[in-house]
Design a binder for this molecule. Structure first.
Ligand code: SF4
Length: 482
């Protein structure tokens, strides 16, 4: 079950991180940054700031606006350095004690940490740490970092940090802050999860204005310029001495999560040099070339299907229409109370635009099919609005494997594409035809001739089962929290 107590009908995002160094009101900027990363996690939000003497923190369950909407909250988080986190629970439950950033008060000073992603050996490490006497306060794998730093035999915080990250395996982006080292950012050795560096103009004196965050949309909201992506395995240290880059893992080649382009990232973000919006349009155009069908309208399943549907419509010459309208104001609490209301969930989130659909042959463009239950409800809704034919086009290859790298997906036997043929899926969803973008089409849209060209640059394990990072806990049948 997902943390929302709804079945997972689509993959869910996996947290957003934000950190800023060398600006007044660092916590207010962090709240804004988290607001623009809201799509990466809606369960909880938190900020820790440092005012050159003390750390201050505030965390809460709910949306960023619920937790930090009152300016008095950020006013009580003074300092020129802050880190923040939006939580979507991929490990651990819905408890305030699991809300990040985490703070640790070591003998050598305080440290805050915000983490996005999953460690694949968290349970293995946790078991060993508990044996050594470590007491865990949360059920998240993020706390493993805190304890690994605590028990490290190195003397400096930075060396302890490097010692810790060398022991973990997984897909993650990390931002930590300490009084002596300043802001420390890191991406996992294969760069599966994103982390970008930006700078706010006007703070160059004193080397201030640096920002680390999951996506460039969080730079835009605070008026920061994009500088570059943090490289896979790179550690950056930002303080009054400037910005320093360390590469303790060497160059292992990147395997960025391809699903960030398909679905997770905000369309106005630029990831690894590729604009998400344009990439989605190109995937839609590839789909149109690969699986053309006679139709009257191209209709996106909002919101992530919109850019791809535009690309499909442009390539096919068939008009793009908003045949499904999304209600942006549906709260999760509405969906939870009773089975009857939960079953209405799709209609509460989406409604059919009858004048656009009635009497038309419709191509629906969506990003993925997970369990297939949402797709079925949307197709039924479009038919009930009078569509004469419904064809579904999916902008990812079939999702046949779960993600162990920080994206919440159901187990394999709950994934429709793992248990059904294409024809069976089409029948179960109730469409006249169903097609997924091919691997080569997807890779062409990402600027590669095909998937086999050169060294692969992406993680695509949820489509291929080819997991680039070893699944240590899974192989040992260990679960975080045990
Ligand atoms: S398994 Fe899929 S969702 Fe998970 S990191 Fe890899 S590409 Fe992304």
């Amino acid at each position: 079950m997902s943390p929302q107590s709804e079945p997972l009908n689509r993959p869910y995002e996996e947290c957003g991180v934000f950190g800023v160094w060398g600006v007044p009101n660092a916590s207010a900027l962090t709240a804004l940054g988290l607001h623009s990363l809201q799509h990466r996690g809606q369960e909880a939000a938190g900020i820790i700031s440092y005012d050159n003497q003390r750390f201050h923190q505030h965390k809460g369950l709910g949306l960023v606006g619920d937790v930090f909407g009152d300016s008095r909250v950020t006013a009580a988080l003074p300092g020129s350095m802050a880190i923040g986190h939006n939580r979507y629970a991929t490990t651990g439950g819905t408890h305030v004690r699991n809300v990040q950033p985490f703070y640790a008060d070591y003998a050598f000073g305080g440290l805050g940490v915000a983490h996005n992603g999953n460690l694949t050996n968290a349970a293995t490490l946790k078991k060993a740490l508990v044996k050594r006497g470590c007491i865990f306060h949360s059920s998240t794998d993020t706390e493993v970092f805190i304890h690994l730093i605590a028990v490290s035999l190195y003397s400096t915080v930075l060396d302890r940090f490097i010692d810790a990250v060398k022991q973990v395996k997984g897909a993650y982006s990390l931002i930590t802050m300490t009084p002596d080292d300043g802001l420390i950012g890191m991406r996992d050795p294969l760069g599966v999860r994103p982390l970008v560096l930006g700078r706010i103009p006007g703070y160059e004196e004193g080397n201030g204005g640096w920002v680390l965050t999951s996506e460039t949309c969080a730079l835009d909201i605070i008026g920061a310029d994009y500088v570059r992506d943090i490289e896979p395995g790179e550690i950056v240290v930002i303080n009054e001495n400037g910005i320093r880059s360390l590469r303790p893992f060497g160059d292992q080649g990147g395997r960025f999560c391809v699903f960030e382009y398909i679905y997770f990232a905000r369309p106005d973000s630029v990831l690894e040099g590729q604009a998400v919006y344009e990439t989605r349009k190109r995937i839609g155009a590839e789909l149109a070339r690969e699986s053309a069908v006679d139709a009257d309208v191209i209709v996106p399943v909002p919101d992530s299907g919109v850019p791809s549907a535009i690309g499909y419509a442009e390539e096919s010459g068939i008009p793009f229409e908003l045949g499904i309208i999304r209600n942006h104001y549906v709260g999760r609490t509405f969906i939870e109370p009773t089975d009857q209301i939960r079953n209405l969930g799709v209609k509460m989130k989406h409604s059919a635009n009858r004048p656009v659909l009635a009497g038309k042959r419709v191509v629906l463009v969506d990003d993925s099919i997970v369990r297939g239950t949402t797709s079925r409800k949307i197709v039924d809704m479009v038919r009930a609005a009078g569509a004469t034919e419904v064809h579904m086009r999916i902008t990812s290859p079939p999702t046949r494997h779960p993600c162990f790298y920080g994206i919440d997906t159901p187990e394999e036997n709950k994934l429709m594409a793992a248990t059904h043929t294409l024809e069976q899926m089409a029948e179960a969803i109730g469409v006249d035809s169903l097609a997924f973008v091919s691997f080569d089409g997807l890779y062409r849209a990402l600027g590669h001739e095909n998937r086999a060209e050169g060294s692969r640059r992406y993680c695509d394990a949820c489509f291929t089962g080819d997991y680039p990072i070893s699944l240590v806990d899974k192989e040992g049948n260990l679960v975080v929290g045990e």
